[in-house]
Structures are given as C-alpha cells and as structure tokens.
Design a protein around this ligand. Structure first.
Ligand code: UT7
Length: 325
C-alpha cells in the first residue's frame, strides 16, 4: 500500500566566520587544548559576530538548503525552527526566517527541545507532511550558544559553538516498506525529573534575563551513554530494522566519547559515523543538520543509504529519527 513519506530533498548549513581554537580559553581559564581534545574531541568552534542573531544564521542555512534542493521559498509550505537561543522571547525565529526568505504564505513556528530539538522538529514536520498539512517543510536547527555561556565556567564554556543547518523535507508517495526513501520512524522521549542537571539559570518568568547554561556534565554524560543507543534501537525497531542495516549514524555532536560509546553499543564501526564535533563543538539543535550537510557536501551519502540520527539534551529530552536518504 502506497504511503506518504517525508523525503529529504535538500540540505545546507551556515557557520559564522569567527573560528575560536581551544587555545583561546587557555589565557583566561584553568584549562588546556589537550584536556578539551581528550575529554570531548572538540578542537575549535564558530562564534557569531556581535549583532549576528540566531535568525541570521538560520536564514543563511535555509537559503543553502533551498539551493541544494533546487526549490524556492514560494514552494515551501511551513518553516519549523529548532532553537533554544531565539533572537527574542517572541516572535518565533521561524517567522523571522519566513520574513527573511520573503515568504508571505504558509506557517512558521519554533520547537524547543534543546539539543534534541532537531530530532523533535524533524519528527514534527514529518507529521505535518504525513497528515497532508504541508507538502514541503523547511526544518532548521539554529543556535547562538555563545550568548548563554558563563565565560568563567570551564566545565561548560569550552564545549559549545554557534551555527545552523537546514533540510527541505518533501512529500513523496512510497511503496510503504522499510526500503522506502524518507523518514521511516522516530522515537521521542523526555523526563522532566532531570531538569537540574542541564538548564539555563534565567528566563522570562523567573529572573527576566536570558541566563547562563549550567550543567553537571558527568551526570549528563552517563544519561547520554545509556539513553542514546536505546532510543536509536527503539526507532530502528519501529521500522523493522536493526543496527546491521545502518549505513550512517549521524549523532548529536556533544562529545566524541559519547558518540563512540553509542556506536560501540550499536556495534557500528566508526567509519559509519559522521563526526563534526572537532570543528563545530556542541551546537545544540544545529548539530545534526550541520553534520548532515557537511557529510552530504563531502559526497558521503548515496541514495538509499539508511541513516540513524540521535540526540539528548536539557529536559532531559532525547530521541532518534531513522531515515533513508
Ligand atoms: O548537548 C547536551 C548534552 N551535553 C552533553 O552531552 C555533555 C555531556 N558531558 C560531557 O561531555 C562531559 O561530562 C564533560 C566534557 C562536560 C566533562 O568531562 P568529564 O570527563 O565528565 O569530566 P568531569 O565533569 O567528571 O570532571 C573531571 C575533572 C574535574 O576536576 P576534578 O574535580 O577531578 O579536580 C573538572 O573540574 O575535569 C575538570 N574539568 C576541566 N579541566 C580542564 C572540567 N572542565 C574542564 C576543563 N579543563 N575545561
């Protein structure tokens, strides 16, 4: 029986010009390039310029994805942006992207699931397509985490970076098997009991300020190692697939040790894993679409490849999307 699937038609990204190497932090903090590399795999990250906002990055990534897809903004029905670092409390960054693309039709909104945001947004956009509410959706992950760092906290400020990635999802009638192209399954989870191990200490209804990111890194690390392989297995299972079917793991890029532990649990060799954490750091909701775009630009994916994405972040919220390229 033919079913309507959401196929990735195009992908693109944007990284701010300013690149900051690990050594930058050695001047002001008790840290070292060696510690950051060994414990996280991060070598450098990009930081937005003064005045450059999350929507600026998102618009550039969106344009790159539209070009890659060979479609124009008039052919897009909806814009969904995953972000935790919006330009303003409201309106949604997605409406700013819509305006930036001179798109005066359709609808646009943000999804906030922190580092798992792109997984939640992709799954949500897939729902819009499957239920016929949209034929083409621009799904974007965009962040300026440099705006919520405590530059005196070596446990967090060396980890994060700014950037944006975007995909154009398009409806496609497919045979309805797990050899179809497009999104085959998703697995989404949250557990609000863990809010205190990763959060921002400010907000509209509390301090009235944006606040700074706070994290008990080693606790988050343990949850990540336990939950990411589980959610990836759950999503594969829903599609009637196993890790042996996987061509590429495109994980959230927080820490190369978390990524390799997850790959190991899934019995996937590291040459099937897309790794961008060294050059981007942790860009939260932007990390997966950035990694998809970089790997696509390098010509690593071929039509029909099975890709598993997974992420975990504040909430805690975590999940996985399985798709065929
Ligand atoms: O994207 C959202 C999800 N976030 C994550 O997935 C991040 C998960 N967590 C991590 O990636 C790791 O836990 C970190 C990279 C944040 C920390 O690595 P760790 O191996 O878990 O270190 P730790 O927190 O257990 O700290 C070990 C030591 C501590 O010193 P003492 O108490 O042993 O003297 C820290 O103070 O490392 C120290 N430390 C640092 N030392 C040098 C923490 N940050 C730094 C630093 N430079 N930047």
């Amino acid at each position: 029986m033919a079913i309507r699937r959401s196929v990735i038609r195009g992908v693109g990204h944007y990284l701010p010009e300013r690149v900051v190497e690990n050594s930058h932090f050695e001047d002001t903090l008790d840290t070292s390039d060696a510690w950051i590399r060994d414990r996280t795999g991060i070598e450098r990250r990009h930081f937005a310029a003064e005045g450059q906002t999350t929507s600026d990055l998102a618009i550039r990534a969106a344009r790159a994805a539209l070009d890659n897809a060979g479609v124009t903004a008039d052919q897009i029905d909806a814009v969904v942006v995953a972000t935790t670092t919006p330009d303003l409390t409201f309106p949604a960054v997605a409406t700013m992207v819509q305006a930036g693309l001179e798109m005066h039709h359709g609808f646009a909104y943000d999804v906030q699931a922190v580092c798992a945001g792109f997984i939640f947004a992709l799954s949500n956009a897939d729902g819009l397509i499957r239920t016929g509410q949209a034929n083409r959706v621009l799904v974007i992950g965009a962040e300026t985490y440099s705006r919520i760092m405590d530059w005196t906290d070596r446990g967090t400020c060396v980890l994060f970076g700014d950037g944006a990635g975007a995909v154009v999802l398009e409806a496609s009638d497919q045979p309805g098997t797990n050899t179809d192209r497009g999104i085959l399954s998703s697995d989404l989870n949250s557990d609000g009991r863990y809010r205190d191990i990763l959060y921002v200490d400010g907000g509209v209804s509390t301090t009235g300020t944006a606040g700074c990111l706070r994290m008990q890194g080693n606790l988050v690390f343990r949850h990540a190692v336990e939950k990411l392989a589980k959610t990836a297995h759950a999503a594969l299972d829903k599609a009637g697939l196993t890790p042996a079917d996987v061509d590429w793991l495109v994980p959230h890029q927080a820490n190369s040790r978390i990524i390799s532990a997850t790959a190991q649990k899934m019995q996937l060799p590291m040459d099937k894993v897309v790794l961008t954490v060294a050059d981007h750091g942790n860009t939260s909701a932007a990390s997966i679409p950035l990694a998809l775009s970089v790997a696509n630009r390098e010509g690593r994916f071929k039509a029909g490849d099975l890709i598993v994405t997974e992420a975990i972040g504040g909430g805690l919220s975590w999940g996985s999307v399985v798709l065929r390229w």
